[in-house]
Design a protein. Structure first.
Ligand SMILES: Cc1ncc(COP(=O)(O)O)c(C=O)c1O
Lengths: 415, 153
């Protein structure tokens, strides 16, 4: 955590680095981009890095015996090293490039899951999971006969951890949970959950898709066995994500996808898998996207992840304050001081899609729907909600614009 | 901020239907009923028809919940269906439904507008038998042709 005398973050300075943030929509409405939990925007340094690689350093990685391939491979491996440092992983081979958080979780479900789970075994997830940390386990259950159980949430939108000891049994083989809820903004106590999982003899997978972009993610401090996240939610191109896995586990796991790069030797009769991390990186990887992720990490570290976290919490607090004044707003999740930069709500008497539609006409981009968390919305008792989600480049003025847009929605619907 | 912008989608006649819908409620002597939803936004519409021996829709009612567009369009559709023959209802296309709605819709909101239309088409094939509502869900793969959205991500 940053000390309280950390310099306040100057969002207006960072905005200059994001060309898309100066967009004007519908003729005269400046873009107010508040859909960062879905995906963030890219700074010029990431865009320029991508262009530079394609213009000067691009070839396939780990293959050619030629200068360009060496260049490309060096940059790709440098990005892996930057990512390793960013999440404080002990070893570079524990950092696997995937297609995203979804790709990473599916890799674990297919490889580790198929090899280790059987009928009677249990996987523990939570009621606040994104579908990508839920459906792969449902699929695994269908393949192996294992079952999926849920840690419930409280009415305030926190995990009900009093239930955890009873839910963790000798049948539990994995606890898969999100570090930060993409709907409620709840920041979950990762260390505590991992520790309890381990005490029960289970492994722990942390879905860090919503935490990696916005704060400190230390896989050693967490003591997590697997960690998954996506590049596109942290300034990098889409198409690349990360699976961190403990080397001893990854070593014992069978390869997931088969193809080039993941083999040590192939014969007419079979193959020997390559060493880590190549074993889990079949085929040509998202080379330039991964290099872009490296550039994004440089940029984020320059700002300071703790500064980002604190600034976003300030925006969250402000959002609660100004939306409260609008009237008729029902918030989901815990109080603002316990949330990341995610504020989900409904506006009384107006459907979430209608709210988002009117906000769009004022240039304000938020999310409306179930945000890939249908079981959670069922638990909350609403079919859909609105979600404003922030990043370090959002300003207090933009949150005022959100509130103004909500007032406009109330006028249109005469509420 | 002007109110000009909202008018494009939330026109007066749309809001009128939304706030004071035509035949929103249960139809007692219904002969046909069907319910469908847009799982991605949670909107749900149940269409209830009374089709006479002359194969004409005598009454059309709906129940359900959803956004302004799905409810207003359902209201408009119920008005439009009454008096039509079964064949005419069957021939009533998605494009005609969008025309009936009038206000211009982006592709993802067209789906809201077409929910009640889709359900009404299925209702024709869902007669009430011996007082028991049959076929309360759309048949598997019942997604009709016409503009639609992929899964929400
Ligand atoms: C908590 C959480 N987990 C997983 C994902 C899936 O990420 P991706 O679609 O990039 O694989 C998301 C993104 O929406 C998310 O918010």
């Amino acid at each position: 955590m940053a000390s309280t005398d950390a310099p306040p973050l100057d969002a207006n300075r960072y905005r200059q680095d994001f060309p898309i943030l100066s967009s004007v929509l519908h003729g005269d409405q400046p873009l107010v981009y508040l859909d960062n939990a879905a995906t963030t925007q890219r700074p010029r340094c990431v865009i320029e890095k991508i262009v530079e690689v394609y213009e000067r350093q691009y070839a396939n990685v780990h293959r050619g015996i030629h200068w360009l391939s060496d260049q490309s491979t060096d940059l790709f491996e440098e990005a892996r090293e930057k990512t390793r440092r960013f999440i404080n992983a002990p070893l570079r081979e524990e950092v696997i490039f995937t297609t995203g958080a979804t790709g990473a979780i599916n890799l674990v479900a297919r490889s580790w899951g198929d090899a280790n789970m059987q009928a009677g075994d249990e996987i523990l997830v939570t009621e606040m999971e994104h579908h990508s940390n839920l459906v792969p386990w449902h699929q695994l259950a269908a393949r192996t006969g294992c079952s999926v159980k849920f840690i419930p949430i409280t009415d305030e939108g926190r995990l009900d951890l009093e239930q955890l000891p009873a839910l963790l049994t000798e049948k539990t083989k994995l606890v898969a949970f999100t570090a930060v809820s993409n709907v409620l903004g709840t920041i979950n106590p990762v260390v505590e959950i991992v520790e309890q999982a381990h005490q029960a003899g289970a492994l722990a997978l942390v879905d860090a898709a919503q935490s990696a972009p916005h704060g400190r993610n230390d896989v050693q401090a967490w003591n997590a066995d697997f960690v998954a996240f996506s590049g596109h939610k942290m300034l990098a191109p889409s198409g690349v994500g990360i699976l961190y896995g403990r080397a001893s586990l990854l070593d014992a796991m069978p390869p997931f996808l088969g193809g080039g790069s993941m083999i040590h030797r192939v014969t007419m009769h079979g193959f020997e898998p390559a060493e880590l991390p190549a074993k889990f990186e079949a085929g040509t990887p998202p080379i330039v996207s991964a290099i872009g992720l490296g550039a994004a990490i440089d940029y984020l570290e320059d700002i300071g992840v703790d500064n980002i976290h604190h600034y976003e919490q300030m925006l969250t607090q402000q959002a609660h304050d100004v939306l409260e004044e609008v009237g008729g707003v029902r918030f989901f999740g815990p109080p603002p001081a316990e949330k990341a930069g995610i504020v989900s709500f409904t506006l009384e008497g107006i459907h979430a899609h209608d709210v988002a539609q009117i906000l769009d006409q004022y240039g304000v981009a938020i999310r409306a729907g179930h945000h890939c968390a249908m079981p959670l919305h069922k638990r909350l008792g609403v079919a859909a909600s609105n979600r404003a989600s922030f990043y370090f480049y959002n300003t207090p003025e933009e949150i005022d614009a959100l509130a103004d847009g909500l007032r406009a929605a109330k006028r249109v619907f005469r509420r | 901020m002007s109110s000009r912008k909202e008018e494009e989608i939330y026109q007066e006649h749309v809001l009128d239907h939304f706030e004071d819908p035509y035949h929103r409620g249960e139809l007692e002597h219904r002969t046909h009923v069907h319910q469908g939803d847009n799982p991605l936004c949670g909107d749900q519409i149940c269409v209830q028809l009374k089709i006479g021996p002359d194969q004409r829709v005598q009454e059309a009612w709906f129940t359900g919940d959803g956004c302004c567009i799905s409810l207003a369009s359902a209201s408009m559709l119920m008005q439009a269906l009454e008096g039509k023959t079964v064949d005419e209802v069957r021939a009533f296309t998605a494009e005609e439904m969008l025309e009936l709605y009038q206000a211009r819709l982006t592709p993802n909101r067209q789906k809201c507008c077409l929910l009640s239309w889709r359900v009404s088409q299925a209702a024709l094939f869902s007669p009430v038998q011996d007082g028991v509502d049959s076929g309360n869900r759309e048949p598997a793969g019942g997604e009709q042709s016409g503009p639609h959205l992929g899964e929400e991500s």
